[in-house]
Design a protein around this ligand. Structure first.
Ligand code: MTE
Ligand code: MO
Length: 206
C-alpha cells in the first residue's frame, strides 16, 4: 500500500473546509448532478461513478498558502462525465458546488476546456483509500494546474455556465479567479523541503 511520505505533516484538511466538515454524507442519497448548458443533464450515483473507467494518477496539489503535496489520486476523468453530458459550444465555465456544511456552502468556477485539456480528475480516493469526510468525501474535482481553492471538496453539483462567477475565496480574500499555480517557492510537504516551482500551472518536475 502506498503511503505519502510525511503525510502526518500535511496541514489539516479540516482547516480547509470553510463551511465546516459535513457531519455525515449518506452515500445512497448523494448524487453528482451535472446541469446547465449541456444537452444531457445527469444525476450520477456513487456506484455509477465507480463503474466508469478509473484512473490512478500521482500528481501534485498546491495551496495558495505556499505548501504542496504529491499523492496518488484515483477517480474518473472529468472528460468521461462531460462526454455523457455534451456541453454546448463556445467558451464555458464549470461551477462546482459542495454538499454544504454547518456554515454554508463552498463554490468555485473553473474553465471547462482547460480542465478537460489538463486531464482534470473527479477524485474519490487518495493513496488508494476513499477520501475522508475532511478530505472531500465522496468526490472532489481537481484541475492540478490550479491552486487547491479551485478544487471543491464534498462536491455534489457541476453546472456548465457562461458566467465567470467568483468563488468562496475569491470573494472573501480576493484570490485570483483564474487560480493558476504561480512560479515561486513552496514548502513541499512530501519532501520536507522548500522548492522553487519555475513554471505556471501543474508542478510536474518533482
Ligand atoms: N468544500 C470545500 N472545498 C475546499 C475548501 C473548502 O474550504 N471547502 N478549501 C480548498 C482549499 S483552499 C484547499 S488548499 C484544499 C485543501 O484540500 P486538502 O483537504 O486535500 O488539504 O481544499 C479546497 N477545497
Ligand atoms: Mo488553499
Amino acid at each position: 500500500m502506498r503511503v505519502t511520505p510525511f503525510l502526518e505533516k500535511k496541514p489539516s484538511s479540516r482547516r480547509y473546509y470553510q463551511e465546516g466538515v459535513p457531519e455525515a454524507i449518506d452515500i445512497a442519497n448523494w448524487r453528482l448532478t451535472i446541469d446547465g448548458l449541456v444537452d444531457q443533464k445527469l444525476s450520477l450515483t456513487y456506484r455509477e461513478i465507480m463503474d466508469m473507467p478509473q484512473v490512478h494518477q500521482d500528481r501534485r496539489v498546491v495551496c495558495v498558502c505556499n505548501w504542496s503535496i504529491r499523492r496518488l489520486w484515483s477517480g474518473v476523468l472529468l472528460a468521461e462525465v462531460m462526454n455523457l453530458a455534451h456541453p454546448f459550444e463556445g467558451r464555458l465555465w464549470l461551477k462546482q458546488r459542495s454538499v454544504g456544511g454547518p456554515k454554508g456552502n463552498y463554490e468555485s468556477t473553473i474553465g471547462l476546456d482547460q480542465a478537460l485539456e489538463r486531464q482534470a480528475l473527479l477524485c474519490h480516493s487518495v493513496d488508494r483509500k476513499p477520501l475522508s469526510l475532511e478530505q472531500g468525501f465522496p468526490l472532489r474535482l481537481i484541475d492540478f494546474s490550479l491552486y487547491g481553492y479551485k478544487s471543491v471538496k464534498g462536491l455534489t453539483k457541476l453546472e456548465v455556465t457562461r458566467e465567470r462567477e467568483l468563488g468562496y475565496w475569491e470573494k472573501k480574500a480576493g484570490y485570483p479567479f483564474d487560480g493558476t499555480i504561480q512560479p515561486k517557492q513552496y514548502w513541499i510537504v512530501d519532501l520536507q523541503q522548500h522548492r522553487f516551482c519555475h513554471r505556471h500551472g501543474e508542478v510536474t518536475e518533482f
